[in-house]
Design a protein around this ligand. Structure first.
Ligand code: 2ND
Ligand code: ZN
Length: 419
């Protein structure tokens, strides 16, 4: 049973009114639609075993070192949020970028983490000026992409979707296609390097359009143009409040007409209206973060969870939630790992996945996120395997390839840890 925290004990209507929305419209859209009592067994509808089904008492202890060895899948990681501090410094020197807050490796790493730890998405995003600032040449983009793959492979990631916004890398005259070619080349180089170190990893790319700019259709077309050369989908990123996803309807319409895949950052810095628009107006296949879907769930004192219509829809349709716990603590979307809605959503069998968002700004890795969640919610290998399978099933690559990764790498990898 999920422990009730006082701030979750609210009614949907009062929250939305508090955000200045028409409560009548929203209560109509979101009005409570489903009640699940513990006696009904919320685990009965799982994609895979829910938590608590602890397997094999002799299995390997869930330590950070063992988690690193487990095969993992990453769906939400920003290329410009994952640079090594040393690389930022070296590229700044090469490019003549003078704006870095420190040119000492450790101090710069700490600066990114602390500056991003602001409690607001807008301030968190300001730190990207420095990483974007040093990624303005083909060589820099390829280097960052190659190192990204090597670092992810070293963390035991077997499949990753890494995203970036090509429009941000045109300060020195690169075309959008130049940017995509350079990053793709870097990903290929990194994949080969990882393979020669004995680590198999497959990387797909998501192209982001920035919400505050008006280039989403152009970027959607770019994504489709490169769909057979490494790009597997599209996203919109950037400040959420004031920039609803429906501003980009033409891009989403175009992507759907082209049978292309897209996710949308929604429900991070803004609540249910943003998620509703992303899913029902725009047709998002997945939600970037989506953490605020918990606003549409009420847990009563006896542990009964009540899902509003939107939460029920997201769960029933198995819409994947790309959850990024450490990032959420920095932007104020959650207060602590222990009180993070991940626990509730996993318990209720939403299709939760575990992600980094920005490894540099949040000083994190997928293994580290797994470890923190396991400590907070008492997860075992069966839970970590479930989150990994959830992510692999939700990837934007084809069904055959997803299945092959599940059968060849993921299932055997977890079986070995359970021996
Ligand atoms: O968590 C996020 N929410 C919204 N936008 C984000 C987040 N993390 C990174 N970004 C932005 C900053 C990057 O420059 C951009 C593309 O990767 O996406
Ligand atoms: Zn993100």
């Amino acid at each position: 049973m999920y422990p009730l925290t006082p701030d979750r004990d609210h009614s949907v209507g009062s929250m939305l009114t508090g955000r200045g929305r028409s409560s009548s419209l929203w209560s109509e859209i979101l009005s409570t639609g489903l009640i699940i009592s513990p006696s009904m067994g919320i685990g009965g509808v799982a994609d895979h075993t829910r938590r608590g089904d602890k397997l094999a008492p002799m299995s390997t202890p869930v330590t950070l070192e063992a988690i690193r060895r487990a095969p993992k899948v990453l769906l939400h990681d920003h290329l410009d949020g994952g640079l090594r501090p040393r690389t930022v410094i070296e590229l700044a020197e090469e490019l003549g970028y003078a704006g870095l807050p420190s040119t000492e490796e450790d101090a710069l790493g700490v600066w990114f983490r602390e500056a991003a730890d602001s409690g607001s998405l807008e301030r968190y995003l300001e730190t990207f000026a420095h990483t974007v600032g040093v990624m303005q040449t083909k060589e820099a983009l390829a280097r960052v992409a190659a190192e990204c793959v090597v670092d992810l492979a070293a963390d035991g990631i077997v499949y990753a979707e890494v995203r970036y916004a090509p429009e941000q890398f045109q300060q020195r005259g690169l075309s959008l296609d130049d940017v995509v070619h350079a990053v793709t080349e870097g990903f290929e180089r990194g994949t080969a390097e990882a393979a020669s170190a004995g680590r198999r990893i497959r990387v797909g790319t998501l192209l982001c359009a920035m919400r505050q700019n008006a280039r989403s259709l152009e970027i959607a077309e770019l994504a489709v143009r490169h769909r057979d050369a490494g790009v597997v989908g599209f996203d919109i990123a950037g400040p959420e409040a004031g920039f609803p996803p429906s501003r980009n309807l033409d891009a989403f319409e175009y992507l759907r007409q082209s049978n292309a895949h897209f996710t949308i950052h929604a429900g991070e810095a803004f609540g249910l209206p943003s998620i509703w628009e992303a899913v029902q107006h725009c047709g998002a296949e997945r939600l970037g973060h989506g953490v605020r879907i918990a606003d549409d769930i009420t847990v009563s004192d006896d542990g009964t969870a009540t899902l509003g219509r939107l939460a029920a829809y997201v769960r029933d349709r198995r819409i994947p939630l790309e959850m990024c716990p450490s990032s959420n603590l920095q932007t104020g979307a959650a207060e602590s790992i222990e009180s993070h809605p991940f626990g509730l959503l996993a318990e209720l069998n939403f299709r939760v996945t575990v992600n980094t968002d920005n490894r540099l700004m949040s000083h994190c890795s997928v293994s580290g996120e797994f470890e923190k969640l396991a400590a907070a919610f008492d997860y075992g290998w069966d839970d970590l395997r479930r989150f990994t399978l959830n992510a692999m099933k939700s990837a934007f690559i084809g069904y055959d390839e997803r299945l092959a990764l599940i059968d060849d790498l993921i299932k055997p990898g977890y079986a070995a840890l359970l021996d």
